[in-house]
Design a protein around this ligand. Structure first.
Ligand code: NI
Length: 172
């Protein structure tokens, strides 16, 4: 887990710098009304970070992994991420894309969780509903899984953002 979190820290640092360099005009581009624009995807990652931050703490003080979900489309549309400024949104403080410092804090807090708690098998969970890659209700789940799933989700959406900029050769 320590090695994994080290890799995530590196990924966050690297990605934050790449996000700063994306061309301004394309960040709110949305050619497909059924899909989020880059800025909305990053807004969704803010929502994911705050929901999971809470879960990672609470999981240490109870036996199960049952948590509230959040309706991601409603969270995204109700905050109108689309009209928000790129740097101030993704950062929640200037020059902090990918909520860099928030995610670095999440890496830090995960590093504090004792191994026995990370690996504790929880019979009761709802990772069949709330995780990115779902786990069957009848298969015991661990907090370690929930944490790696969170970062997997983060990497998935970041790849999605960069692919939106790479599709067209006129974009960098
Ligand atoms: Ni998502």
């Amino acid at each position: 887990m320590e090695k994994f979190l080290g890799e995530m820290k590196y990924f966050i640092e690297l990605t934050a710098n790449r996000l700063i360099d994306l061309p301004d005009t394309e960040k709110q581009l949305n050619k497909d009304p059924d899909n989020w624009s880059p800025i909305e995807i990053l807004g969704h990652l803010v929502d994911s970070a705050c929901n999971n931050h809470r879960r990672f703490i609470l999981a240490q003080f109870k036996d199960d992994l049952v948590f509230d979900g959040y309706e991601q489309d409603k969270w995204t549309s109700s905050q109108n991420y689309y009209t928000e400024d790129w740097l101030s949104l993704v950062s929640l403080c200037p020059k902090d894309p990918l909520e860099k410092f928030y995610n670095l804090h999440i890496v830090h807090l995960c590093n504090q969780i004792p191994q026995n708690i990370l690996e504790l098998k929880r019979a009761s969970h709802n990772l069949n509903e709330i995780s990115w890659k779902k786990i069957d209700k009848n298969t015991p789940a661990t907090l370690e899984y929930l944490i790696t799933d969170y970062f997997g989700h983060l990497k998935h959406h970041i790849a999605q953002v960069f692919s939106m900029f790479d599709k067209d050769s006129t974009r960098v």
